[in-house]
Design a protein around this ligand. Structure first.
Ligand code: GLY
Length: 411
């Protein structure tokens, strides 16, 4: 926090006023967290709360089975989130009066042929070295856990700590808890511009009128770069990664699956109401929201190879979502160095739902203290900045857009 921000905090008797752009799980949870700390919070969303990537997600809290080589720091963050979930869930359900469909049966990762088995063995050994609690199962043991798996299943890994939550119920509960805590929520209300004066974010223009705030948080997921008024230097390297998904309807009394099941390149997530979520494609197609035959075919064929019984199930829903993906697939939290009073929470890629409690914790600290807590510091926007020798010698500011590091994309 700058000296000015600190002293204005101390001098202010009035509660800190915070404007939040975006009412997905990130925006809602951090708004709830800030309101619980006495801030006066107003949230704006151009649509209905929780209808963006939050709505499209599958709700897997899969810190363990999704971790890949090179993601060791992200694993530490994801594990922190996983550990926070039980208490976060209790607190949220109590505050909102809503059930959020949290299920703690764990996750089964299955290999349907020998090639997949080799890949699974590699991931399993890597995850074990990292300290993920995973157990190797033969095909028979996997089918004892999930009798509707294909008889020829080659092997599986069970992760007892990777659970799930119903992301749509989660959003509804967060909205309710935030409202009860005093958050003002404006849905279907587009922010026309971020207002910056003398290098400080001081307001949001809505309906041609500027609403003033002490702090502003942008939590608009894949749309984060599009906020008018956001300087080029503060635009994070975040892009939309398209995912097509569908839900089949099982008999809730006799579900085909009870655990979250990962099969090669897809997952199946059974809900309490009998819906079986199947996802997701991973496509670099920008904001394209077309459902394609190829996308649906890949998901259905892959799911059928793992669980042939899906063949008889009716299709309940199909949809497309856009993951907010940063250049290194890790989230971006905290203050924006170039603009005083401005903060961001974006770039969650595949982990937005899992990271909800961590986003709320890190961002509440960020907005109130002006800096990230130590455990979140490496996820600041600064990690994408140009090296110090590339900075402007007189102002110390970073020139141009945020520079690529280990770029996985063109942004
Ligand atoms: N987290 C699941 C997905 O991104 O498809």
């Amino acid at each position: 926090m700058s000296t000015n921000e600190k002293s204005s905090n101390i001098a202010q008797r009035a509660p800190l006023s915070v404007g939040v752009v975006g009412a997905g799980v990130s925006g809602l949870s951090l708004a709830w967290g800030l309101a619980n700390k006495g801030c006066k919070v107003t949230v704006f969303d151009s649509g209905e709360a929780g209808r963006g990537a939050t709505w499209a997600a599958a709700g897997m809290l899969a810190a363990g089975v999704e971790v890949e080589p090179g993601e060791e720091s992200l694993w530490a963050l994801n594990r922190r989130a996983q550990e926070l979930w039980p208490a976060f869930r209790r607190e949220l359900e109590q505050a909102s009066g809503h059930d959020i469909g949290y299920r703690d049966q764990g996750t089964l990762v299955v290999a349907t042929n020998r090639d997949d088995l080799e890949q699974l063995r590699f991931s399993y050994e890597f995850q074990r070295r990292l300290g993920v609690q995973v157990t190797w199962l033969n095909g028979l043991d996997a089918r004892r856990m999930e009798p509707y798996l294909r008889p020829g299943i080659a092997g599986a890994v069970f992760s007892p700590n990777d659970h799930q939550v119903d992301n749509r119920k989660l959003a509804a509960a967060l909205k309710q808890a935030a409202l009860k805590a005093g958050v003002r929520l404006h849905e279907n209300c587009r922010v026309e511009r971020l207002v910056i004066e003398a290098g400080k974010a001081c307001g949001l223009m809505v309906d041609s009128t500027v609403q003033s705030f002490d702090r502003i948080v942008i939590a608009t997921g894949a749309w984060v770069r599009d906020l008018p008024g956001l300087p080029e230097t503060a635009r994070p390297p975040v892009r939309p990664v398209k995912g097509q998904m569908l839900a089949l309807q099982m008999d809730p009394e006799q579900p085909l699956l009870r655990h979250v099941v990962w099969a090669p390149k897809l997952y199946l997530v059974p809900r309490d109401d009998g819906r079986l979520i199947i996802g997701a494609t991973v496509e670099e197609k920008g904001f394209d929201d077309t459902l394609t035959a190829g996308g649906m075919l890949a998901l259905l064929e892959g799911a059928w190879r793992a669980v042939p019984g899906i063949e008889e199930l009716p299709i309940a829903e199909t949809w497309v979502g856009h993951r907010p993906t940063s250049r290194d697939d890790a989230p971006i939290f905290g203050p924006v160095r170039e603009v005083a009073g401005l903060h961001m929470a974006t770039g969650h890629h595949r982990n937005g739902i899992l990271l909800t409690p961590v986003t709320a914790e890190a961002m509440t600290h960020s907005v109130i203290e002006g800096s990230l807590p130590d455990w979140a510091a490496e996820f600041s926007l600064d990690r994408f900045a140009k090296s110090p020798h590339e900075r402007d010698k007189t102002t110390g500011s970073i020139q141009g857009t945020l520079a690529p590091i280990g770029s996985r994309s063109g942004i």
